[in-house]
Design a protein around this ligand. Structure first.
Ligand code: ZN
Length: 129
């Protein structure tokens, strides 16, 4: 079942709340990084913390982009349809993941492609040798 208007409205509110939360966290995280840079005496600890903070920032920036794109799709009436195959995304999936751009089937394919093109565990090479 595709999402109805009421469900899309609920998703829009969830997306707007998430967007504000993420923007707020980005500002916070930036000031935390600056603070730690000023305080840390140990270079390696500092680098570690900075990497972690940058990691989190990057991940949240990626979600923020998805959330913003989902809000744009609501505005253009494309929301709730898979960007890959054009089939409606189930209301249940949208309720769990309001910024989902792909239906479950296409997401599974994308995840699989992601895994095979990503870095491979060492054991694969050992098995082949
Ligand atoms: Zn699809």
């Amino acid at each position: 079942m595709p999402a109805n208007n009421e469900e899309v409205g609920g998703c829009r509110r969830a997306l707007e709340a998430k967007r504000l939360e993420l923007i707020g966290r980005q500002h916070n995280a930036e000031s935390i990084i600056i603070e730690r840079v000023a305080d840390a005496a140990d270079e390696s600890v500092l680098a570690n913390q900075r990497d972690l903070a940058v990691d989190t920032l990057n991940r949240e920036a990626a979600v923020l982009r998805l959330v913003t794109e989902a809000l744009e799709r609501i505005a253009t009436g494309e929301y709730g349809f898979c960007m890959e195959c054009g089939e409606p995304i189930s209301a249940k999936r949208l309720a769990a993941l309001p910024w989902a751009a792909l239906c479950l089937k296409c997401q599974e394919v994308a995840d699989r492609l992601d895994r095979t093109s990503g870095p491979r565990p060492k054991s694969w090479f050992q098995d082949a040798a």
